[in-house]
Design a protein around this ligand. Sequence first.
Ligand code: CMP
Length: 138
Amino acid sequence: ATNRTFTMIKPDAVKNGHIGNILAMINNAGFKIVSLKLTQLTVADAQAFYAVHSARPFYGELVEFMSSGPIVAAILEKENAVNDFRTLIGATNPAEAAEGTIRKLYATSLGENAVHGSDSDENAAIEGAFHFAGREQF
Ligand code: CMP
């Protein structure tokens, strides 16, 4: 079925000048962009967005990194969007990401891994609503 996923181009990839190339890969893979903005998370925003990881040892580092600079937030639509997007971005750790994936091409490290992709339809809806009002979801 056609459904939606949520992505962020993370501060490392924005800083390194990869917004255009990553959006081109997303378009070329057949995703329709239904919401898009350049924004920056406050520390409190990043803590809330990643609350599910709050018990993890890397939580502090993750929050600091994700609030460290501008990001691109987007909602994407496609047949099988969540799973196909996770295939397009590759493994969480860029050292393990397949050739041709966004993380293989543009990620810096496990923590600074260029892009986020939702892990379920339910989380895609929650994460999309975190960043975009209903009238910003086309
Ligand atoms: P993502 O799946 O987008 O959201 C959770 C993030 O936590 C994940 O990307 C990684 O960037 C980050 N992460 C996961 N494991 C580690 C780790 N061991 N050290 C630092 N960051 C991590």
